[in-house]
Ligand binder design. Structure first.
Ligand code: MN
Ligand code: MG
Length: 662
């Protein structure tokens, strides 16, 4: 049984995960077994970045999903409490936005009439002890936030969000929420006797909400640096008698050095005197654990500490429960921490074939609590929320400017221009890069986007944007824009002038790396070899596939600077595009690309995704190339702009063959 007691052992995790709440087998945490008469075990449980994912359901794809859902995480709670001498439950924010249930509540149902928000219904069932706010709490405006939070049966703390301007002394700030809460909890010690513990919780939100949600907050709120607010308030908590101070930090872990108004300040927050333990979030990563945060000085990924203090980050959407276990000891009239463990306990794992296997069951009370809103959300995602004036399809996304890619760029440009319209980047032109995600290939001849003109539903957006990427923007030169496109053009085989029916598409180049850049015009010369290899290395220095690259109707100035809207994958160096890596990023937006598309559709009412044919192949007289696509693409042949495509009969394995006349 000793193996079962090891906090991070796989065996223990899967065994416990598979147990129903209330099961007879309870494996006490070592601290609970070990606590002496003057000692006690206190277990702190964290959920974070739930983003309205109460049910294990992907509303975009309109199907169940075992990797998410508070109903699953919640099923751990009874078990976890039973393993502990004493326990408390906290949440670290980003509760109210991030899936269609959140949009449904904000845009359709509303908060009038005193109905509880489903997130509050679920959380009230679980008995949270304290909660802080995430940046996404502000996405629907302050009124919505306060209406929802009015239904909370738990305290909400946030120490760095003020009404209006900052005071000269942080302690004089006019805060929207209580900065901290000290809870007196009766603690059962190793002898079974109870005595009170004063535990303080203090909360923090990223200061960047003033940029990300300027439209909701400007003139109404202000934010203070996280570490600065902590340094002011933690001594007050100690003066008020807090035995233990726990930070609820909706902020990630960044080891690149402390800076003012830092977004991911949890490492430096952990260094503040008086803070004993720290719950983090916001980055949607896992701590402790082998994968994320390796190599950051001050972060111990094995022990689960930041600056030597116990810390945890519990993934996102309910994927993990974060646990900080404290062995505390009576110290006169107070308590002190004498030992700790930390753990991020997942609700699923992947088997040897990378298939998701659920390790948690639904907690029935949670499913029952949100049943009505779950069903309403299903109806919402299946119902039209806007119209498209042209069909949205991806059959020819690799051979012509295409509506399924155009709509993504339209939405990204709309969103990034708005975020940058004031401030230091306001005068740069905004371009947008987007790639086709559903483009046949190994996934078969039906694996294409195909939404007819007319009504468009939210579930259609999943079809347009498969991945939960977030929006980022980079600042690059005209020369780098050209290299970006040269890299994309590695999608194609070389097609010598005069050749007939040459296979067009490289089989080793993934379609999600075929970025089209909108906002410039260009042609691709297929007679040239690719300038870059698949690793972004210059392979043919004399070759230029991208020709006629123009901005504003004039040849692009290689030195001119452009903002390019893209996603976190590409901006961070994904696909190894030349010069494109994290150092070019000027905007890390808080929203997923598909949420931006949904917002764009709702804002526009009727969208026009017609491609603007801003790119095409350079004419090569007497030359043709062939490619395969879905047979349902045949109906759109006449609609394709900027390319001449002929039906060339049937292809292999259910695909249709098409001929590109160059
Ligand atoms: Mn989040
Ligand atoms: Mg276009």
């Amino acid at each position: 049984m000793s193996l079962l007691l090891a906090p991070n052992s796989m065996t223990r995790r899967s065994l416990l995960g598979g147990l129903a709440a209330g099961s007879a087998l309870v494996l006490l945490h070592p601290f609970a077994a070990r606590a002496a008469a003057n000692q006690a075990h206190l277990r702190l449980m964290e959920t974070t970045d739930i983003h309205v994912n109460i049910m294990p359901y992907d509303y975009y794809a309109d199907k169940p999903n075992d990797t998410l859902g508070l109903s699953r995480t919640a099923s751990f709670i009874d078990q976890v409490r039973a393993e502990a001498g004493n326990s408390m439950l906290i949440d670290n924010g980003d509760l109210l936005q991030g899936n269609p249930m959140g949009d449904y509540m904000a845009y359709e149902k509303g908060t009038k009439g005193g109905d509880l928000h489903p997130v509050m219904k679920a959380m009230n069932v679980l008995g949270y002890d304290c909660v802080t706010l995430g940046n996404h709490e502000f996405n629907y405006g302050l009124d919505f936030l306060f209406n929802v939070m009015a239904g909370a049966k738990f305290p909400v703390v946030c120490a760095n969000l003020t009404k209006g301007q900052l005071a000269s002394d942080p302690k004089k700030d006019d805060l929207f929420f209580k900065p901290y809460r000290i809870i007196e909890k009766q603690i059962r010690d190793g002898s079974g006797a109870t005595s009170p513990l004063k535990i303080g919780f203090i909360g923090f939100v990223p200061p960047q909400i003033m940029v990300w949600d300027a439209k909701n907050l400007e003139g109404k709120a202000q934010t203070r640096d996280i570490v600065e607010a902590a340094k002011a308030w933690v001594p007050v908590m100690k003066e008020e008698g807090a035995d233990i101070v726990v930070a609820l930090s909706h902020s990630g872990i960044d080891g690149t050095g402390q800076s003012e108004r830092m977004e991911n300040a949890s490492l430096y927050l952990a260094g503040v005197d008086g803070i004993d333990a720290i719950f983090t979030g916001h980055q949607h990563l896992v701590f402790p654990g082998p994968k994320d945060f390796d190599g950051i000085a001050g972060a111990d990924i094995k022990k689960g500490t930041l600056m030597g203090k116990p810390a945890v980050m519990a993934g996102f959407w309910g994927s993990h429960m974060g646990l900080i276990d404290l062995l505390i000891e009576k110290d006169g009239n107070s308590w002190k921490i004498v030992d700790f463990t930390t753990e991020a306990r997942p609700i699923y794992h992947r088997d040897e074939n990378r298939k998701v296997v659920a390790d948690a069951k639904d907690k029935a009370e949670i499913v029952a609590a949100v049943k009505e809103e779950h069903e309403a959300t299903l109806a919402y995602v299946r119902r039209p929320v806007g119209k498209t004036s042209a069909p949205l399809y991806s059959y020819f996304a690799l051979v012509a400017d295409d509506p399924s890619v155009q709509i993504v760029s339209n939405a990204q440009t709309w969103y990034v221009k708005d975020l940058l319209k004031e401030g230091q980047y306001k005068d740069y032109p905004v371009l947008s890069a987007a790639a086709p995600f559903k483009a046949g290939g190994r996934n078969g001849p039906d694996y294409f986007t195909d939404v007819p003109a007319g009504n468009i539903a939210i579930k259609n957006v999943a079809d347009l944007y498969l991945y939960p990427n977030t929006v980022q923007a980079v600042l690059i030169t005209g020369a780098q824009v050209k290299n970006w496109l040269e890299m994309s053009a590695g999608m194609f085989n070389q097609v010598p002038e005069g050749a007939k029916d040459v296979p067009l598409l490289s089989t080793s180049f993934p379609s999600y790396n075929y970025d089209v850049i909108d906002g410039v015009t260009y042609q691709i010369d297929l007679s040239q070899p690719a300038r870059f290899d698949k690793d972004g290395k210059l392979a043919n220095p004399d070759s230029n596939r991208i020709t006629d690259l123009k901005f504003d109707g004039k040849p692009i100035d290689p030195a001119q600077k452009f903002v390019v809207a893209t996603n976190n994958y590409r901006a961070g160096g994904g696909g190894k595009f030349p010069d494109i890596a994290g150092d070019k990023v000027i905007l890390v937006a808080p929203d997923t690309n598909r949420d931006v598309i949904v917002r764009y559709i709702i804002a526009e009412g009727t969208i026009n995704p017609s491609a603007d044919a801003n790119w095409s192949f350079k004419p090569l007289p007497g030359t043709t190339a062939v490619f395969e696509s879905g047979p349902k693409g045949r109906q759109y042949l006449a609609d394709v702009k900027g390319a001449k495509i002929e039906d060339a009969g049937d292809g292999a394995e259910g695909f249709a063959k098409f001929r590109l006349v160059l």
